[in-house]
Design a protein. Structure first.
Length: 249
């Protein structure tokens, strides 16, 4: 039986698939625009940011939301913060451990990564608005990878995790709530809510970029979604893409 989702959304479920994001891409290529949640018990080729493999065992949640966002690529990129807040809401409902969001699109429980988010799309020449967007979300409910670029955990270590079906139903509801706030009040409301649960805000962090590594104080999330980094020499850098590590890591 498919999980319950808010009115207007549909669900496609698979026992096994290469990647829910790839399925969203295939469906988008033939004109499907959703809103559709795609989920699978197992993925054989799950992936995270920067092309990294995403461990996808049975018992965790692997899901992708396919939508036609009706916005430009820069605006759509900020939907990763909407997704992060939705995941935060789900996870926080099942544990008393501290749950925080890590720039740009991870969710942490007690300082360890419990979920990741990957947005993908495909633009068209001469078209300003994105035709479709895939919001891929992986949540470690029952398992965590033994080896990862960032310390990982799973929800079962910190509370009673929901089943993947229950988790998707809760996630879909949380997404719709946060997405509605974004549509009504814009990114400013999402930014304020994100800052309320941000990890490392005001502390010294390390940001690893393709060509350099920067260290400084995480000042704030800028109105466009960039991370404002105060460098030791007093200058500021707006970071639009990179890997964040905290001083204790």
């Amino acid at each position: 039986m498919n999980p319950r989702v808010p009115a207007g959304y549909s669900v496609a479920t698979f026992d096994e698939i290469d990647s829910t994001n790839e399925e969203a891409r295939r469906r988008a290529a033939i004109g499907e625009r959703g809103p559709l949640w795609i989920t699978a018990r197992r993925q054989t080729a799950g992936r995270g940011r920067r092309g990294r493999a995403w461990d996808s065992p049975d018992g965790n949640l692997m899901a992708t939301l396919l939508i036609a966002p009706g916005v430009t690529a820069p605006e759509a990129a900020r939907l990763s913060f909407v997704a992060a807040l939705a995941v935060h809401d789900l996870v926080a409902a099942h544990t008393r451990a501290p749950v925080r969001v890590k720039w740009p699109n991870d969710v942490l429980v007690d300082g360890k990564k419990v979920a990741g988010i990957l947005l993908e799309s495909s633009g068209q020449d001469g078209v300003d608005l994105l035709p479709w967007l895939a919001v891929g979300i992986g949540i470690n409910l029952a398992h965590a990878p033994a080896e990862a670029a960032y310390p990982a955990t799973f929800l079962g270590e910190h509370g009673q995790p929901p089943s993947p079906e229950e988790a998707l139903a809760e996630l879909a509801e949380a997404w719709e709530t946060r997405f509605r706030a974004w549509r009504v009040s814009g990114f400013a409301a999402i930014r304020e809510a994100w800052l309320d649960v941000a990890a490392g805000l005001g502390t010294e962090i390390e940001v690893r970029l393709p060509a350099e590594t920067l260290r400084g104080r995480f000042e704030t999330l800028m109105p466009d979604g960039a991370l404002s980094l105060l460098l030791p020499n007093g200058t500021r850098r707006a970071i639009t893409a990179g890997e964040v590590f905290f001083a204790a890591v």
